[in-house]
Design a protein around this ligand. Structure first.
Ligand code: CAO
Length: 244
């Protein structure tokens, strides 16, 4: 790859040079490797989370009334993603190092991107299939705090099968997350907003959450990815389906 030529920026005005934090240097190398090795495609959808958000707020208020922690969207998304990974196991797989076979994982560990003062880290929640929302919520909160405090252990960032990158608390629309190799898929979550949705007779105000699914096109076909994101969107629209 032709390198970007060095530029003496001081020729054009005053500059200050700040050394990069260690985490930023590590993630820069990792992201470049993933970006250069994986043919990425990003598929988007608007998930209707109107009922889910009403349920989350009600549960969160009940938890708060009994002195518990607040229930955020992330653990619910994680549970729905785990359920979709079970139905679409090629998203819960990795290419073997020689590129000759697909390693299908019989476990489901899901990472989530956490923004920290020193850069991006991806703590991994283990065995999401076997955990309920309350347990996932407590683990996500504990791992996010450890990430912010710079106390994550290397083992807590390993072994992920799939990642979630949520920018929903910040804002902005769809984006194109970079697949966290050797995983083959990553879900970007953006800020949900109320929008008019035609129900066949009239427009209804619905809370729509933009989702962006990037995948490794060497492993995942476009039709499979579209089915995965439609399935995930249905799970989020009616979380009772998670029970099936
Ligand atoms: N739509 C609308 N609002 C949302 C939302 C969504 N999809 N997701 C979260 N929110 C709201 C929450 O309701 C909450 O609002 P209140 O404070 O009024 O309750 C607020 O945003 C904060 O959300 P949260 O506490 O639930 O945090 P989170 O679960 O969204 O995020 C974490 C946790 C660790 C993912 C986040 O702190 C973070 O680091 N995000 C950045 C990740 C990132 O950098 N990704 C890019 C990686 S590629 O460079």
């Amino acid at each position: 790859i032709p390198p970007i030529p060095a530029v003496d920026f001081a020729l054009f005005g005053a500059v200050e040079t700040k050394p990069l934090a260690r985490i930023r240097k590590l993630s820069a190398a990792h992201l470049s490797r993933a970006w250069l090795n994986i043919p990425h495609v990003t598929q988007t959808i608007d998930a209707d989370i109107t009922e889910l958000e009403a349920f989350r707020k009600q549960q969160s208020a009940e938890l708060a009334a009994s002195g518990g922690p607040k229930l955020t969207l992330l653990p619910i998304l994680m549970k729905a993603v785990a359920c979709a990974l079970k139905a679409f196991p090629e998203f819960n797989a990795s290419l073997s190092a020689d590129g000759e076979s697909l390693v299908m994982k019989q476990y489901c560990h899901i990472g989530f991107a956490a923004d920290t003062p020193n850069g991006l880290v991806v703590p991994v929640v283990r065995d999401v299939w076997g955990k309920g929302i309350a347990e996932l919520s407590a683990e996500c909160a504990a791992l996010a705090k450890k990430a912010r405090d710079g106390k994550l252990k290397p083992d807590e960032m390993k072994g992920g099968c799939f990642s979630i990158s949520s920018l929903g608390g910040i804002g902005g629309g769809y984006f194109t997350p970079i697949v966290n190799a050797p995983e083959v898929g990553i879900l970007g979550v953006s800020k949900a907003e109320i929008k008019p949705v035609w129900d066949g007779k009239t427009f209804q105000p619905r809370l729509l959450c933009p989702l962006s699914l990037s995948y490794d096109h060497r492993v995942i076909d476009g039709a499979y990815a579209a089915r995965f994101i439609v399935h995930l969107s249905r799970l989020l629209a009616d979380v009772r389906l998670l029970l099936l």
